[in-house]
Design a protein around this ligand. Structure first.
Ligand code: CAA
Length: 337
């Protein structure tokens, strides 16, 4: 398959790598040349890591499948065009409009949006029936889950084809049956972020992250994850979902972004990333139930709305967020009902 990835940030570069690892030919484009150079360096580093671990044989073979595209029009004729630009409605609409004008009648067009309903974006796409959500998790190469979102205009054939493409990458697809802002896993993650943010002041970042890591079995602290995914991205997502009725406010994130602290990518955020921060075991933190209760309620809402099943919520949060237990199982074990 020939794949065109538009946007070479953390997600775009990771997605391009995933397709190249699976044997596909990938073209990648970004308006910012330095972003492309950084993306190629990051992909090479990651593929080398996988080689050290015996998961990949030949770094150069994988790299040779990745080509830098001169412009959006170069996606012409690609089997899959995947938009992974910054999480801003207008930026995405612009790229999707241009790309879909180039798409041939066989192409599938996908967006890696983390929060914007696919139906809204589909209005900019020339062939809305061929347009789906394909939402990868950071880092795409390590996270096994991809949400596949069916917008109101997505044709069932193309939705199923997108699911097959995800399976072909060796990933687990999570079919999202209703196009709600933030889809499934992020809606749950937003509740976790919000709960943690609301506890700041009463507790420190270190105390909350200690509970998340040592008591809840999260793979990293909650504030560490915010840094890892990017505070600027989190802020954009909050703005996009707020326009659609989902309030997610964390004033400290806004303050940090204003100070130029975007998390891992800028070297500082809630943590200082000059050297790799570790989560210390510290006492006096919040009751773990306070962190997961809103996420549990969100999970129950998603199930009631028929968007996913209980098993899918659990599988989605295990594979998309690296939790040891899915959020429903974990919450019930803590005594929530
Ligand atoms: N490619 C290849 N190897 C990588 C890598 C990459 N991109 N990133 C890390 N590694 C390697 C590390 O170098 C390390 O290698 P060594 O064993 O040789 O040291 C190994 O993988 C393990 O990594 P870490 O030691 O850093 O730690 P870890 O075991 O905790 O795994 C993690 C890292 C997979 C990121 C894990 O912490 C995790 O699952 N975190 C949660 C991530 C998450 O929730 N993602 C979703 C975020 S939300 C999102 O993405 C949605 C959105 O729309 C915003």
């Amino acid at each position: 398959m020939k794949v065109g990835v538009l946007g070479a940030g953390q997600m775009g570069s990771g997605i391009a790598e995933v397709f190249a690892l699976a044997g596909h030919r990938v073209g990648i484009f970004d308006v910012d040349k330095s972003q492309i150079e950084k993306a190629l360096r990051n992909i090479r580093w990651s593929v080398e890591k996988l080689t050290e671990k015996g998961k990949v044989k030949d770094v150069e073979e994988v790299m040779s499948r990745i080509e830098v595209l001169p412009g959006v029009e170069a996606v012409r004729g690609d089997d899959l065009i995947l938009e992974a630009v910054f999480e801003d409605f207008n930026v995405k609409i612009d790229v999707l409009r241009k790309a879909s004008e180039e798409a041939n009648d066989e192409s599938i067009i996908a967006s890696n949006t983390s929060s914007i309903p696919i139906t809204e974006l589909s209005r900019a796409v020339r062939m809305p029936a061929r347009f789906v959500g394909m939402h990868f998790f950071n880092p795409p190469v390590l996270m096994p889950l991809v949400e596949v979102i069916r917008g109101d205009n997505t044709g069932p054939i193309y939705f199923n084809r997108a699911i097959d493409i995800v399976r072909g990458l060796g990933k687990t697809p999570l079919p999202v049956r209703k196009d709600v802002p933030g889809f499934v896993v992020n809606r749950i993650l937003f509740r976790i972020f919000n709960a943690a943010c609301g506890l700041l002041g009463k507790y420190t970042v270190e105390q909350i992250d200690s509970v998340a890591y040592y008591e809840l079995g999260f793979p990293m602290g909650i504030f560490m994850l915010l840094d890892y995914t990017g505070l600027d991205l989190n802020l954009s997502i909050s703005k996009e979902v707020a326009k659609r009725g989902l309030r997610l406010e964390c004033p400290p994130v806004e303050t940090l972004v204003k100070e130029g602290k975007k998390g891992t990518k800028s070297g500082a955020g809630f943590y200082n990333w000059a050297s790799r921060p570790r989560i210390m075991m510290v006492g006096g933190g919040p009751d773990p139930k306070e962190i997961v209760r809103p996420a549990f309620e969100e999970g129950k809402w998603l199930i009631r709305e028929g968007i996913v099943t209980e098993e899918e919520v659990d599988e989605g949060t295990r594979l998309g967020l690296g939790l040891k237990e899915g959020i429903i199982t974990l919450s019930k074990r803590l005594g929530l009902s």
